[in-house]
Design a protein around this ligand. Structure first.
Ligand SMILES: [Zn+2]
Length: 229
């Protein structure tokens, strides 16, 4: 009796595995980012912390931009790879990487696009909203599609005031020096008190939280851009 059950179980497992592998291979051609390469630049790192938010008081805590950027970047990479993309990263840990080296990594990867991930900050804790930075002409279509997707996706997920700061064109180093369409994304302000509270847990700690929402809208923007090409 025990052997019969065991044999039956093995058959069921084998059938499930067989079905799973055949359905995966059947969908391979339908992945939205098949044959696309994306270079992800997690802003700051190592000796350069980026913006810092400090909650004062006895149970105070500190949020560091470089850590948020890397957490979001790793999650975005996972999502892009699941959609069939090849992903290059300018850093995968808390190391110091020069802007020149970041550009070199993205250009050497022959990526179709580069997205540099940051989190915004200002002196006033009332500001919140999205901004996208670009430089050269070929950045424009990417900036427009990814910015509107990002802003709308974050606004609808947020109770407080959320402003569209639009697209800022200037001699930003990474967009200026990369050989493909590139943007710097500033999805939210970590200097905003409510936003900082929402950004505090990591994606592992809060899988449906604000950080994973940021990664999700950046992913959606990238998919929308390639779909528009
Ligand atoms: Zn930054």
């Amino acid at each position: 009796m025990r052997w019969l059950i065991l044999t039956g179980l093995v058959l069921v497992v084998a059938t499930v595995l067989g079905l799973a592998s055949s359905s995966t291979s059947g969908q391979a051609g339908d992945l939205p980012l098949q044959d696309r390469t994306v270079c992800i630049d997690a802003g700051h790192g190592g000796g350069e912390s980026g913006a810092v938010y400090q909650k004062r008081g006895r149970n105070g805590w500190t949020l560091i931009e470089k850590e948020i950027n890397l957490d979001v970047a790793k999650n975005l990479r996972t999502e892009l790879e699941a959609a069939g993309a090849t992903v290059a990263m300018t850093r995968e840990d808390d190391s110091t990487v020069s802007l020149g080296r970041r550009v070199e990594i993205c250009n050497d990867s022959l990526a179709d696009i580069t997205v540099s991930l940051h989190t915004n900050s200002t002196r006033s804790s009332r500001w919140d909203g999205s901004m996208t930075l670009m430089n050269k002409g070929q950045d424009r279509p990417l900036a427009e599609v990814i910015h509107s997707t990002m802003y709308n996706g974050l606004k609808e997920n947020w109770d407080g005031r959320f402003t569209d700061y639009g697209i800022n064109v200037d001699a930003w180093y990474i967009p200026k020096n990369t050989s493909m369409p590139a943007v710097i994304l500033e999805p939210v302000f970590l200097s905003n008190r409510d936003e900082a509270e929402a950004l505090k847990p990591t994606i592992a700690e809060a899988p449906g939280g604000r950080r994973s929402r940021v990664a999700q809208v950046e992913y959606d923007g990238i998919v929308a851009y390639f779909a528009s090409q």
